[in-house]
Structures are given as C-alpha cells and as structure tokens.
Design a protein around this ligand. Structure first.
Ligand code: DHB
Length: 393
C-alpha cells in the first residue's frame, strides 16, 4: 500500500491534517491504535480559540460547532471571593467557543469518512522506517491481523505525548525541554445545570479551581490536587466540599449534581526541537505538551497543522521543500508563547505549597494587575483567544 502522507494518530492533529490535505487533493492514510468509539468518547478540554473555530468553519467542518457550541466572550478570574470578568471582544475583537474536543473529533471523523478518506482504527505494532530517505514507510498490523507496509513520501507523527513517532528522532538529533509542575487537576463531569454562563478560573488559599461546562445538563469542573491523588478514593461529598470551599461565596454558589466521571490529570510542559527528522514531521502533542490551564493543547495542534498543511501543499503541488524546512521554526514560535501562557496562568492561579507569605501576597498583586488593568487583561485575552495563525504563503 502507498499514499502521499502517512498520518500516525487520529486525534485532533492527525484528523485535521488529513481533512485539510484532502481539500487540497493530497492523499493520506490515518492510523490509530484506539478504536473509533474510544476516540469519540474520551473527555478532554473544551475551549476552541477563534483561529481554530475559523479553521473548522472555513473548511466545512464547523456546522455542528456553530449550532451546538457556545461562543464565550469572556472568563471570570475569581480571587478572595470576588469575580472579575475579562472581556475578550472588547480587548481583542476575538472570542472563543466552548465545544468539547471529542465533538471536534466526531465531526472530523465523519467528514473524512464521508469524503472516502482512509482512516484505520484499532491498529497495533506501529513503527516508522527510513525517515531519512525519500521513501519512508510506516508498518503496522490491521485490526484483522493483516501486516501492512505503508510507503509514502512524508510521515506526520500526530500520536501524542506517549506515541512512537517522537522517539523516531534519535536522541543525538534532538533537544527535549521538560518541566513537571507540582500539581495535578482533579477533573469531574457532573449532571447539573451550569453554575455560570462563562468559565470561572478561581484562585483560593486551598488551591485553584476551574468551573467549565459541556452541555446544558453536564458540567466540567477541575480543582488543583496532588498529582499522585487517587480520584477513586474521594466521596462525591468530599469533592463538592472541596469545590465549594474554593469557589463559593458572596452570592456565587455551585450547582451540584451526581458525579458521572472523574480522574486526575498530570501537569507538565514538554517541547521537542526540532519538530522534524528527514521526512518525519511531528505535530500536536507528539511535539509538545502544555499543562491544561488555558486550554491550549488542541489549539496548538490545529495551528501546527495549518502551518504544516501549507508546507505539504507547496511540496506536493510545487515541488518545493522550503516551507517544510521552515515548518518547525514557524510552529515553535507559537508553541513557546503557549508554553509561557500556560505556565503563567498556572503560576498565577495555583497555590504553591512551598510559597512563603511574601510569595502568596505577591500572587494576589499579580492577579490584581492582570484583572484591573487594560494592559494586563489584554495580555491574557490575546493569549486566551489565540494569536493569529501564521500564513506562510
Ligand atoms: C477546560 C479545560 C481547560 O484547561 C481550560 O483552561 C478551560 C476549559 C474544559 O475542559 O472545559
């Protein structure tokens, strides 16, 4: 079997790439270890930057997003029991959409299959070969046990932070930047009405909490915890007591309900440099991980893909590899801004158990600077709604 672009991973990056390539008449095959049902049911983040929304609506996969997603024009930053709103359109002219990642994936999978795209779920034993030649290949075993050698012109690794493609760049040819945060997020889904029309990012003495939403009847909430915390050991009442203590007050009260899903999310930052090795290109979490604060993960993947797709169009349609050469440089500019933003939101809003009294008071000063000054809130709003996606042609 052969194709032009072999895409390893059917997450946001891989599916978006395959979708955009097909609109440009470039063939691809997407493979994933997981089954379609798993991919479509895994709960991840829910915020789409303006540029991600524009990319989806501009390429025919935004219908459900516009109908069922919610445009959010601001967030609240809550501290000392008081909420302060950041108004995105007033500060930047842009907004974000609340639309869960697994809904994005459902829409992309449906679009690929409707267009006759080749997406293979449930594969195993994936390996990449000959990436420093002009004839690389991906080998894998189909769900029915058939062994496949997929030859291609380019391999794109979109297989996330635990994938195989990242390690295909030899250690001597790459630099890994890694940072572990001393926090985790305890995430829940609850059957309850929304507590707030917009997301609430709450700083408190007991730690950070985030009140988000999924649908009118299902809410998503998180609170800072020890990364080694055992989510199963918490009773529902203990979870609600912790959330109440961090968020409620001065007329704000969480809407509570049964907890239908829970888990602890680690917080780490990772970047690999370069994002390519020969004919292998990395995109999304395969190339970089951000902590969840600020919801940049999916959006960074989409931005990588927008840049990489332009480079692949140039390569296949005009025979020039110049944009493939500059892909990593172009993409990493945004990656490092997002790393800074995610790290900064984390440090501003999370409680650091090592902080002294000075550190704790300084943090309140920072929150006041950001929420009460136009310059400070504009910085946050620009980053949150997303910087313009690079156009390289
Ligand atoms: C969500 C997650 C985030 O990390 C964030 O910053 C905002 C929202 C969410 O899951 O809804």
């Amino acid at each position: 079997t052969s194709t032009q672009v072999a895409v390893v991973g059917a997450g946001p990056a891989g599916l978006m790439l395959s979708h955009l390539l097909s609109l440009s008449g470039i063939d691809s095959v997407v493979i994933d270890l997981r089954e379609r049902a798993d991919i479509e049911a895994t709960i991840r983040a829910g915020i789409l930057e303006q540029g991600t929304v524009d990319l989806m609506t501009g390429t025919g996969v935004g219908e459900r997003l516009l109908a069922e997603g919610q445009r959010h024009e601001g967030i609240a930053i809550r501290s000392r029991g008081e909420s302060r709103r950041i108004d995105f359109p007033a500060l930047t002219g842009r907004a974000v959409h609340l639309y869960p990642q697994h809904e994005v994936l459902k829409d992309l999978i449906a679009a690929r299959l409707a267009a006759g795209g080749d997406v293979r779920f449930g594969v195993s034993d994936v390996s990449v070969h000959d990436v420093t030649t002009d004839t690389p290949a991906v080998r894998f075993t189909e769900a029915d046990g058939t062994r496949v050698e997929l030859s291609c012109a380019v391999i794109v690794g979109c297989d996330g932070s635990q994938g195989v493609t990242r390690t295909a760049i030899p250690a001597h040819a790459r630099t890994d930047y890694f940072h572990a945060y001393p926090h985790g997020w305890f995430g829940i889904l609850t059957e309850a009405p929304p507590s707030s029309e917009e997301l609430v990012y709450a700083h408190s003495d007991r730690g950070f909490a985030l009140i988000s939403s999924r649908t009118p009847t299902v809410q998503r909430m998180y609170f800072q915890c020890d990364p080694a915390e055992d989510a199963a050991a918490w009773s529902d009442e203990r979870v609600w007591a912790e959330l109440r203590a961090r968020v409620n007050g001065n007329g704000f009260e969480l809407e509570e309900g049964p907890i239908i899903q829970r888990g602890v999310i680690p917080m780490r930052s990772y970047v690999v440099d370069p994002m390519r090795h020969g004919r292998l290109f990395l995109a999304g979490d395969a190339a970089h991980t951000v902590p969840p604060t600020g919801a940049k993960g999916l959006n960074l993947a989409a931005a990588d893909i927008a840049v990489l797709c332009q480079a692949l169009e140039r390569f296949f349609h005009q025979g020039s590899a110049d944009l493939l050469e500059s892909y990593g440089r172009t993409a990493s500019d945004r990656v490092w801004r997002a790393q800074h933003f995610s790290w900064w939101m984390t440090s501003m809003l999370h409680t650091d158990t090592d902080a002294d009294a000075f550190g704790r008071r300084r943090q309140l000063g920072e929150i006041d600077q950001v929420t009460e000054s136009v310059a400070g809130s504009t910085f946050l709003a620009e980053a949150y709604t997303g910087w313009p996606i690079a156009h390289t042609n």
